[in-house]
Design a protein around this ligand. Structure first.
Ligand SMILES: O=C(O)CCC(=O)N[C@@H](CCC(=O)O)C(=O)O
Ligand SMILES: [Zn+2]
Length: 337
């Protein structure tokens, strides 16, 4: 196998390869760009116009998606997978991956869309680098299709094992076709965002015009302990996407895909913040109207008012000013295009 196919090994070892460009026997070019960053270019005759950004390890302890990207890249480097798409593979936070931690100093996935400029330190520099890598990859060319999947796993168990978060931009409708594609890849639910955000997928969606998603693929575990995370459907779908073999059906069907929208984000404002949920509560647990969800400084209280409300990503340990949970409600998909 080509040495650059071992991007994960190189990244975990903190090693910069001396040969930065390699070609597979079928003419696919692998180019090492930076730590944890590698571009794949198909031979011109096979290029189908798709620019596909695949990222994982934005949170260093979310290893199942990192292992998935490693398998895809090795398949390409062994000349077993034959890309028709241009691909950028990104391992988001190499130092956090080496330490098996979510982050080192601050959550990298809260530093995009310019937030890194107001900050400093390891993750702020990396967020700036990742923005540049993504912007350069998608480039200025029109007429190509831009797609970004930022792959994650969640801190806690979930009543819905695999789900997506779809960013938001003023005046832009969420795509039914993209949701159909996700459904075929095993995604069971999609959360339609309704305000801008500072995550990586929100950056590529709103600033670079890509279709972009954060995919949550199960519970975060250490390297080699991901046998309970079944990524077969997603992996098959990515093979088809990479090789340009995806079958696009006529009218997209969303049968079985659950849609939600954000009702409220619970922001932690102070050290007095308390979240009134059991430690082991699962994502997508329903909360009844009237439930006292959280309390914070100056007697502020979060009481559930919404019918059919569910909770995701509850985490009272986030830094002040950041999202400590999201209250979501079912969505009828009327706003999809
Ligand atoms: O399990 C949790 O509490 C967090 C899982 C996670 O890392 N989720 C992403 C979602 C990103 C988005 O909102 O698109 C995150 O919090 O960064
Ligand atoms: Zn994550």
């Amino acid at each position: 196998m080509l040495a650059l196919g071992k991007l994960l090994e190189l990244t975990l070892a903190g090693h910069e390869p001396s040969a930065k460009i390699q070609l597979t026997p079928d003419g696919t070019r692998l180019r090492w760009l930076d730590e944890g960053a590698l571009e794949v270019t198909p031979p011109a005759a096979r290029d189908n116009g798709l620019d596909l950004l695949l990222s994982a390890g934005v949170h260093g302890n979310e290893t199942a998606p990192i292992e998935l990207l490693d398998r895809l890249l090795r398949g390409i480097a062994r000349n077993e997978l034959h890309p028709a798409a241009r691909i950028l593979f990104l391992f988001g936070n190499p130092e956090a991956m080496r330490r098996g931690e979510r982050y080192i100093e601050q959550d990298l996935n809260r530093l995009f869309s310019g937030r890194h400029e107001q900050s400093s330190g390891f993750e702020a520099i990396r967020a700036c680098d990742l923005e540049h890598l993504a912007a350069t990859f998608f480039g200025k060319q029109t007429g190509r299709t831009r797609l970004h999947y930022d792959l994650h796993t969640a801190i806690r168990g979930s009543k819905v094992e695999q789900f997506a978060l779809y960013p938001w931009q003023e005046g832009r409708a969420h795509s039914r076709r993209e949701l159909e594609r996700l459904r075929a890849a095993g995604i069971e639910a999609v959360l339609l965002q309704n305000k801008s955000s500072i995550t990586f997928s929100a950056y590529t969606y709103a600033q670079l015009g890509a279709e972009a998603f954060t995919l949550e693929l199960g519970k975060a575990r250490a390297f080699g302990q991901n046998e309970l995370v079944n990524l077969d459907l997603l992996e098959n779908a990515l093979h088809a996407l990479i090789e340009g073999r995806e079958v696009i059906s006529g009218e997209p069907t969303l049968d079985g895909l659950q849609l939600f929208s954000v009702s409220r984000e619970v922001i932690k404002h102070s050290d007095s913040f308390q979240l009134h949920l059991p430690e082991d509560i699962e994502n997508f647990t329903e909360l009844e109207p009237g439930y006292l969800l959280a309390e914070d400084i100056a007697d502020s209280r979060w009481i559930v008012e919404e019918k059919g409300a569910r909770i995701i990503f509850p985490n009272p340990k986030v830094k002040n000013g950041l999202r400590a949970a999201i209250l979501i409600v079912p969505d009828d998909g009327a706003g999809l295009l």
